[in-house]
Write a protein that binds this ligand. Sequence first.
Ligand SMILES: Nc1ncnc2c1ncn2[C@@H]1O[C@H](COP(=O)(O)OP(=O)(O)O)[C@@H](O)[C@H]1O
Ligand SMILES: [Mg+2]
Length: 350
Amino acid sequence: MRVALVFSSKNGMAEWLRLKKTGEVTEEDGEPPPDMYAECDSDETIRAIIQALEERHEVVPVEADKDAYDRLRGARPDLVFNIAERLFGSSRESHIPVMCEVLDLPYTGSDPLTLGICLDKSRAKEILAYHGVPTPAFWTVEAGEPVPDAAALPAIVKPLYEGSSKGIADNCVVRTRSELEERASEISARYAQPVIVEKFLSGREFTVGLLGNPPRYEVLPIVEIDHGLLPRGANPIYSYEAKWIWDTPENPLPIFRCPADISAALEKKIRDVVERTCRLLRVRDWCRVDVRLDEKGEPNILEVNPLPGILPNPEENSCLPKAARTAGYTYSGLIHRVVEEAARRWGIRS
Ligand SMILES: Nc1ncnc2c1ncn2[C@@H]1O[C@H](COP(=O)(O)OP(=O)(O)O)[C@@H](O)[C@H]1O
Ligand SMILES: [Mg+2]
């Protein structure tokens, strides 16, 4: 097949941002915040996926910028392999799938609606709560509005539609009302969006990869994130610092365990709730779901990532590839599996 890989590279997004601001390419105006490009794809990831796809297909790389539509239209690929998260707005992960739908191009992964719902943490939780899937109590605070009195403490404050722990610093866990208000207005101003305040769950944390589609998803071995092994004094969360500063390929943070050391009963509960979540949200081909136990030991859904991180270097602690490796997939095997799932859904020969 001819497969177009559509990505949001750091350089590509930086250039798109300059163009967007000024209408032309000029010098950088000011340093962007350090986490600005946290969700963008590294050259290493893009190269690794191209290499994997090239084992079986002809590959057309496409940056997810404002020329992407024309590039896709011109290339007429048989399938679009979509990993593009783009930079701004609650619909940013939907942009490329929408283009594909307008152009009648089959693409990997979930559709624009699912991607939009899952990126806005409140929308995903509203659906899950409606169906009785456990998820921490939450309050959405629009920019400039007060935090509702009902908001429970301790809480965690997060930007409403970011990912990769962007905006979730170690100090997002708050224990007093004044800390809560301060953090909410800080995060909302910094990320120019509402915040979600969630009841803080202090139980064990897991992240679960899925491949495939209903009627049977393949649930990959569960990864535990052991907060007990974070640097001393850190809050027990997988924060921005834990993801991008304290964990380096030279000095990996030893906080991940896969497969998680859990009882068969807990494993079943987690697998069931994660599968149910993906079914309800109509997740396609691949996904990673974050889960944390509440005070009763019940697995709660923290969030759903239908465009999961896929760093190729095993030293970099990327949880979906880690779980896939534990299940016996090579990195290429994981990529091919996603292609095959999408091809089957769209009725094309891979
Ligand atoms: N309600 C919560 N209770 C306890 N910890 C949480 C809660 N929500 C998030 N966290 C912690 O913060 C981390 C990042 O939050 P998450 O919602 O997964 O955001 P992101 O989209 O940036 O991955 C989680 O992995 C978890 O450690
Ligand atoms: Mg997460």
